[in-house]
Design a protein around this ligand. Structure first.
Ligand code: PCA
Length: 140
């Protein structure tokens, strides 16, 4: 089993939870141990955790356990095969109640690959009315 930390549209109650988190089981609410910048990037107003530890905030999200198949699906969903897409990396997380620290996978991006930073967030991604789900994006 894998552990995966989600901070954006894959959280419970967010637009990609139903399509993306099939085959996962909720573990709890966690935050990154290190600080990271969290931004909304264009053109789909997507949340991006930028792989620049030490700046930004401790970012809050949710940890799930996931099967190999579920992680393979998520890798494709998050375009890890595209050089400018998300990268899945292992980072450390602490439970919001401070009880435990765990390692988990998380999808991060490099700042140079983000078309436009629309907004710098603080410690969490709120429900974002501007976000455009993948199925509503024009085909290229
Ligand atoms: N989905 C992943 C990364 C950004 C996004 O929208 C997540 O929720 O963690």
């Amino acid at each position: 089993m894998h552990k995966i930390f989600v901070y954006g549209t894959l959280k419970r109650g967010y637009p990609n939870f139903d399509i993306g988190m099939d085959g996962t089981t909720f573990v709890g609410e966690y935050r990154t141990v290190e600080r990271f910048p969290l931004v909304i990037g264009g053109p789909w107003f997507s949340p991006n955790l930028i792989d620049e530890p030490g700046s930004g905030h401790q970012v809050k999200g949710e940890i799930f356990t996931a099967t190999d198949v579920a992680v393979e699906f998520l890798d494709r969903f998050e375009s890890t095969h595209v050089p400018t897409g998300y990268r899945r990396v292992e980072r450390s997380f602490e439970a919001l109640d401070g009880s435990t620290n765990v390692m988990a996978w998380v999808y991060v991006r490099d700042r140079v690959n983000i078309d436009a930073v629309v907004e710098e967030l603080t410690d969490s991604y709120p429900l974002e009315h501007r976000y455009i789900i993948p199925s509503k994006r024009p085909k290229t």
